[in-house]
Write a protein of this length. Structure first.
Length: 450
């Protein structure tokens, strides 16, 4: 939709809300806000508004509510489910100027942060105070805290520390009609009333626009130990995961790269194991974890310096890009299953891959909590429809094993057709009723999730 299709009066109203310089109308400017990092088709918005304060967000939403203009809130655009791809004719509310840790209290072990703040910046601020913010999505150097909350993002440390929502104490949001609202609390405990904070976490911009977040912080672990463990087969690696967890070792991270992932990047299957704890406890945990693996590993490579640890994590974090490089096309899904079904998941994915020899199926990710990124890689564009059907079989497989169609990327636009496979009609009806109550005109991120 061209910017000219917004009337001059509407453009004036948008400029009045956020400032003239904060309304982007040129096609090349708007095209930068048309998509995310998914395969969802980009849609150029009618306009992009970049409010610099929560108050400006409220004024913008009031204008859009009055004018019946759909709004898609956008953090850093690193999502992988099409969640911030705008509806045709929508205004994008970019939150990139709402940045900064506005309060950090070591005594309270919490921080207040504006929604556009990059997650790594919050991590660094917490670390400087001797504290620890565990949520660590792979894109933490780019993604925003508000976007993490909107999708309830995860990451490697989830196996021990949980997902983003486990650290959200309170939220500052703007409702569809422009009213600002504070939900949640600043105390660690609190059970007054319905949990509106929990309702808004993971709502993907469909119920409110998040402008600020109060997060819980933890004391920084005194020790961290890391090891790279290679195996002859993916099944051996999955059995290793089960052995470690069954032995009572709770890793802070337990990452898997299957045989195909490491064949593309250099050969073998591998686990990246990391443990932490008080002084004197991390090394024994690592030794225990390695001991219970028995004869399964081909090799165990501990990282005995910070530089070697960083190198191992760089190898893991590069996996997503490196496995895609040899192929012209890819489709990436983020299913999760109970950890006890992980080996079966990998075996059945292998059976599925065998039905289409032209396709390479690669799985890697957060084995410690059963959340794997399943990548369907191919060169022939004519395989596109076949690959989409295979991705649906991947969803069915996850559900058959007691899992979910998305572990951390959210539903967004791409997985919307499949939500009914996981949730029954009553659950969907209740969610639609919540959406209707909070956004009766349906202007907040239309066509996503439900």
């Amino acid at each position: 939709m061209a910017a000219a299709e917004l009337s001059a009066a509407r453009i004036r109203a948008l400029r009045g809300a956020v400032g003239s310089a904060a309304v982007l109308l040129e096609p090349e400017q708007r095209s930068e806000y048309a998509g995310d990092r998914s395969v969802a088709e980009p849609v150029i918005p009618a306009a992009v508004c970049l409010p610099a304060t929560p108050e400006a967000v409220a004024e913008l939403m009031a204008v859009c509510a009055r004018e019946s203009i759909p709004v898609t809130a956008r953090g850093a655009g690193t999502g992988k489910a099409g969640g911030c791809v705008p509806t045709p004719g929508a205004v994008v509310c970019g939150l990139e100027r709402l940045v900064g840790v506005t309060r950090l209290s070591a005594a309270d072990q919490q921080a207040e942060v504006l929604a556009g703040t990059v997650t790594a910046d919050l991590n660094r601020a917490a670390s400087a105070a001797g504290l620890f913010y565990p949520p660590d999505p792979a894109s933490l150097d780019e993604c925003s805290v508000g976007g993490n909350v909107a999708t309830n993002a995860g990451g490697p440390l989830c196996v021990k520390y949980g997902v983003t929502g486990d650290y959200v104490l309170g939220l500052d949001v703007v409702l569809a009609d422009g009213r600002p609202l504070r939900v949640g609390r600043r105390s660690i405990k609190g059970v007054a009333g319905y949990d509106l904070r929990g309702l808004l976490v993971g709502s993907e911009g469909t119920l409110a626009v998040i402008t600020g977040v109060t997060v819980r912080l933890l004391p920084a672990p005194a020790e961290v130990r890391t090891a790279w463990i290679t195996f002859d087969s993916t099944v051996d690696a999955c059995e290793g995961v089960q052995a470690i967890l069954a032995a009572g070792v709770l890793p802070r991270a337990l990452e898997l790269l299957d045989t195909n992932a490491l064949r593309i990047a250099g050969g073998g299957a591998a686990l990246l194991l990391e443990v932490d704890g008080p002084v004197g406890t991390a090394a024994p945990q690592l030794e225990r974890a390695v001991d219970v693996l028995g004869e399964r590993p081909l090799a165990v490579r501990p990282a005995d310096t910070a530089e070697k640890t960083a190198a191992l994590w760089e190898l893991r974090r590069r996996a997503s890009d490196e496995i895609k490089q040899p192929f012209a096309h890819h489709l990436s899904e983020d299913i999760a299953v109970p950890t006890g079904r992980l080996a079966e998941l990998l075996r059945r994915l292998g059976d599925l891959a065998a039905t289409t020899p032209e396709l390479t199926v690669v799985a890697y990710g957060h084995a410690g909590d059963g959340n794997l990124h399943v990548n369907l890689l191919y060169d022939d564009p004519d395989l596109g429809r076949r690959v989409r059907l295979l991705s649906e079989q991947v969803f069915r497989l996850a559900l058959d094993l007691g899992g979910t169609i998305t572990g951390e990327h959210g539903i967004g636009l791409l997985k919307r057709p499949y939500l009914a496979w996981e949730q029954d009609a009553t659950a969907l009806s209740l969610q639609r009723a919540v959406k209707q109550a909070l956004d009766p005109a349906g202007i907040l991120n239309p066509d996503k999730v439900l």
